[in-house]
Design a protein around this ligand. Structure first.
Ligand code: CP
Ligand code: NVA
Length: 304
């Protein structure tokens, strides 16, 4: 049956755990030089409307490792730039490729692509969500902390697409998510409403409260792609900068996460991102392994 990952809400708790564990297995297999090419002859279309280093390269390399191939498209080179409907593009691409990953502004566009494509569609980042990022970050959490459940994970800064995928994840998995955002920059109330039956998601305006005794402290840019013209007031974010003082409130063995790219001196200081608690490059690497798990699972389950 065809499955999509337009957001983490498309996955059950068991499926999320499966993908995380499978990614760890694939990482170990790569380290041991074991080669398996379950997607030989399969093709991934990447459609990117925003820049990317990690997500694009890790999806491409993941597909190559699995034996498949990739077609990379920017939206402006397709007829979508000349108003060909997404529903037509989805049905055409489904005749050529076995899976589509899309990075764009509008979450609705990705959902429309998924609705009309007969092949799986993956959200590779929208203004609303970044589901694959959070799945690979959960993989990193499991590697460093040995578990996910019962961890206290703090998010400080903007209540953005990555934060909103963390909320989705916390609505499925049993970790405590403590989010601290400045007033006016909280996550979308609709995203919080989707998780309202869970009491493990706590929203505050106090960064120290969020970080206190955390196992993982997470942050991201204050201005996401596409928000550059919004004239966001950076001063309101200053108290949410992840610096050594704020980090000192977390557990002494806490790890620091940032999905990258980072703006040193804004949301995180150089000392923290380069410091011993930072795992940002492990996070970046794990995108490769997690994307392999996703591609393998989605393509093979569409065949059965
Ligand atoms: N973390 C992440 O998605 O990075 P890119 O924008 O480089 O893909
Ligand atoms: N919140 C950031 C994440 C980049 C990977 C953005 O959307 O620009």
């Amino acid at each position: 049956m065809k499955r999509d990952i337009t957001s983490l809400l498309d996955l059950s708790k068991e499926e999320m755990i499966y993908l995380i564990d499978r990614a760890i297995t694939l990482k170990n297999a790569l380290r041991e030089g074991k080669i398996s090419e379950p997607l030989k002859g399969k093709t991934l279309a990447l459609i990117f409307e925003k820049p990317s280093t990690r997500t694009r390269v890790s999806f491409e390399v993941a597909m190559y490792h699995l034996g498949g191939q990739v077609v990379f498209l920017t939206k402006d080179v397709t007829q979508m730039s000349r108003a060909e409907p997404v529903k037509d593009t989805a049905r055409v691409l489904s005749r050529y490729v076995d899976i589509i990953a899309m990075r764009t502004f509008s979450q609705e566009l990705i959902e429309e692509m998924a609705k009309w494509a007969s092949v799986p569609v993956i959200n590779a980042l929208s203004n609303k969500y970044h589901p694959c990022q959070v799945l690979s970050d959960l993989m990193t959490a499991k590697e460093f902390k040995g578990k996910i459940e019962e961890l206290k994970i703090a998010w400080v800064g903007d209540g953005n697409n990555v934060a909103q995928s963390w909320i989705n994840a916390a609505s499925r998995l049993d970790f405590i998510l403590h989010i601290a955002c400045p007033k006016g920059h909280e996550p979308d109330p609709d995203v919080l409403r989707l998780a309202e039956e869970k009491d493990n998601i706590i929203l505050t305006h106090d960064p120290v409260e969020a970080v206190k005794d955390a196992d993982i402290v997470n942050t991201d840019v204050w201005v996401s792609m596409g928000e550059e013209t919004q004239r966001k007031e950076k001063e309101v974010f200053r108290a949410y900068q992840l610096n050594l003082e704020l980090l000192s409130h977390a557990k002494s063995d806490a790890i620091v996460m940032h999905c990258l790219p980072a703006h040193r001196g804004e949301e995180i200081t150089d000392e923290v991102i380069e410091g011993p608690q930072s795992v940002v490059f492990e996070q970046a690497e794990n995108k490769l392994h997690l994307h392999k798990a996703i591609l393998e699972w989605l393509v093979l389950s569409n065949e059965s």
